[in-house]
Design a protein around this ligand. Structure first.
Ligand code: C2E
Ligand code: MG
Ligand code: MG
Ligand code: MG
Length: 279
């Protein structure tokens, strides 16, 4: 009896190991391999000011150059990397690659007004995160205020007191801070005033419905007003059409990012565009 129960249990377990779990398990093994064999690459997407149409920064976005599956987007592997804590070593690789690229651009005369980098909660929750980050930036001879670290509302909910403390330390260390995917995280507006932010990034799900859904437009208008009253800049993500851009400009949104201005591209493309513009 016990034996057959055990067998049933085993079957139950193996059924519970769903397709999803197996899929994630194989991604996890692949991720470990990928970290060792340097399969991650960064693409860079430009950000523009809406008042003068000038380039005001880039966002670094990671991709996985898989030997068999080709280029894989972060939505497919960042969540698994976060669940497995592999995001910590991956995060350091990403930071190292971005710093190395920015240092190279500066050396070769490519102007980088600002570089935004996404940071996961587990990275920020590491006690030695800031110390190591500062060391890395110093070793590349880079100024901290060249960088904007992007955090999300959900991150803050993980351990609000510690996260707010870490953010304050980062700010004091000289980094810029942006709240990513604003509007999607149910963060309490009450907490936002304690965050030492330079910028709020309105999530692309709101931008997408400009001209179609007055409620999304209302959220955008309130976010811009909130930014103004907190003394924080507002950037709209996912701007794809001239009409969306016009709406944002009319409502005095400071900056924007999206396919209308440029997709995330490999660094060589940025280098060539800048060289082309100069020559
Ligand atoms: P995110 O930080 O909100 O990045 C913006 C996402 O919107 C990017 O997707 C970008 O390619 C996409 N996007 C930009 N313009 C447009 C547009 O006009 N229309 C549409 N539909 N999409 C646009 P991506 O590169 O797939 O990244 C997805 C998410 O993965 C990021 O969202 C971020 O949360 C995460 N991620 C990316 N790189 C990193 C990283 O280096 N570290 C960590 N921890 N997370 C990252
Ligand atoms: Mg981001
Ligand atoms: Mg976002
Ligand atoms: Mg996101």
């Amino acid at each position: 009896r016990a034996k057959s129960l055990g067998k049933d249990r085993y079957q139950l377990y193996s059924e519970e190991l769903t397709v999803d779990a197996r899929h994630n398990l194989s991604i996890e093994q692949d991720l470990r391999q990928a970290l060792q064999s340097d399969q991650f690459v960064l693409h860079y997407q430009p950000q523009y000011r809406l008042d003068n149409q000038k380039l005001c920064g880039f966002e670094a976005l990671v991709r996985w150059h898989h030997p068999e599956k080709g280029l894989i987007g972060p939505d497919k592997f960042i969540p698994v990397a976060e669940e497995t804590q592999l995001i910590v070593p991956l995060g350091w690789q990403i930071l190292d690659k971005v710093f190395s690229r920015v240092a190279n651009w500066i050396r070769t005369g490519v102007d980088v007004p600002m570089m935004a980098i996404n940071i996961s909660p587990q990275q920020l929750l590491q006690a030695d995160f800031i110390q190591r980050l500062n060391l890395m930036v110093d070793q590349y001879g880079l100024a901290r205020n060249l960088f904007e670290l992007e955090v999300t509302e959900s991150m803050i909910m993980q351990d609000p007191d510690f996260v707010i403390q870490q953010l304050q330390r980062l700010r004091l260390s000289g980094y810029n801070l942006a709240l990513d995917d604003f509007g999607t995280g149910f963060s309490s507006l009450d907490r936002i005033k304690y965050l030492p932010l330079n910028r709020i990034k309105i999530d692309k799900s709101f931008t997408r419905d400009i001209g179609r859904n007055p409620k999304d437009e209302a959220v955008i208008i309130s976010a811009i007003a909130l930014g103004r009253s907190l003394g924080v800049e507002v950037l709209a993500e996912g701007v794809e059409t001239a009409a969306q851009c016009e709406f944002l400009r009319e409502h005095a949104c400071e900056s924007a990012q999206g396919y209308l201005f440029g997709r995330p591209v490999p660094p060589e493309v940025i280098t060539q565009e800048v060289k082309g513009a100069l020559g």
